[in-house]
Design a protein around this ligand. Sequence first.
Ligand SMILES: Nc1ncnc2c1ncn2[C@@H]1O[C@H](COP(=O)(O)OP(=O)(O)OP(=O)(O)O)[C@@H](O)[C@H]1O
Ligand SMILES: [Mg+2]
Length: 364
Amino acid sequence: MIQKLRLRHVRIFEKKEIRFFPGINVLLGKNGAGKTSILEAIYLLNFSKSFKASRDEDILQIGRDYFQIDSEWEHARYRKAAVNYVKERGKRFIYDGVVIPRVSDVIGSFPMVLQSPEDFRISAGAGSERRLYFDRFISQISPPYLRDLMHFRKLLKNRNACLKNQSEKKKYHYSEELEIYDQQMSPLMFRILQMRKKAVSAFNRELCRLYRESFNDGSHAEIRYTASLDAEDEKEFARIHRETARKNSDKEVALRRSLFGPNYDKYTFFRRDIPLINFASQGEHKIWLTMLKLAEGEILKQRSGEEPLYLFDDLFAELDLANSRRTVERIMEKRQALISTTDLNDLRRHGIDSAQSKIHIIEI
Ligand SMILES: Nc1ncnc2c1ncn2[C@@H]1O[C@H](COP(=O)(O)OP(=O)(O)OP(=O)(O)O)[C@@H](O)[C@H]1O
Ligand SMILES: [Mg+2]
């Protein structure tokens, strides 16, 4: 549970301190007050980067040369977590007084689930958005997955450089060098595949339950995962991998990039056996995504034994009253959630009564 957040030179905030409580924390403020920026700062403590900005410099208050985020937590892996960013030097994470040596070690420190307007990209955007979402999620619960993925990406970059080199020399055959890369990549690819399969089946279990409990109109949600290379055991996987690579070497050399592997895997979202991407309305996308996030929270809880922190930015947009009330019922059971809003009446309408003792209003 997060107890305190201190920001220095973060976006609109020159200096800001906020105390949080168990239960529902409502961040109340007008447009541009800094609600999303607060969620962004908390997110960064667990994912090492923002969900909005692609560069750390965007978070830095205009005209400043450093930012600092300090936080205090209870029942978490660390009691105090800080990020310090200095222009030209980058970020440094200091958790319980110790500098975290690798940024990737930060990921998963404070299990959390974020819902934000950017989520629309996950269900409606390109396949790479869904891969990114699941990669981030699995990395949060499995440091070995993140290590494998980073190692794979590095080898892929080198393999692509090798293809480019061969292309310039017009060598279209499956070279020894390519084979050596594939031998190194194959076990990584196999493990990534296994982890993705496991994650998808965990999500499907939770989605199925959530949909059944929330709607009794026969609607159900499902994620179908299609791997670009698939096999049940590692030896068979290596064989298929080598075969595919050998057969396609001319194409890969001509196009100067690898044409199969985890970066070509597909996740398709279905509702009542119909793919969401082509058919769902905005509200239906939003319901699906809300269920996805609730499922994510359940899996995190099962894995870590602790309720994650829920960050909800723009929770009620696109949802009708019945659907937002369904969501609110679930959120009220959570140990700690932060919800941003511009209007308390709007919250009340959607079933969050600020007079309840579990609900704390924080004016931004
Ligand atoms: N690097 C920066 N330096 C200074 N100000 C910034 C920086 N980046 C963003 N801002 C400003 O910070 C303000 C807060 O933005 P934020 O998205 O957190 O607001 P919000 O409370 O979520 O608003 P909304 O209700 O519209 O979603 C905006 O006015 C934005 O222009
Ligand atoms: Mg906002």
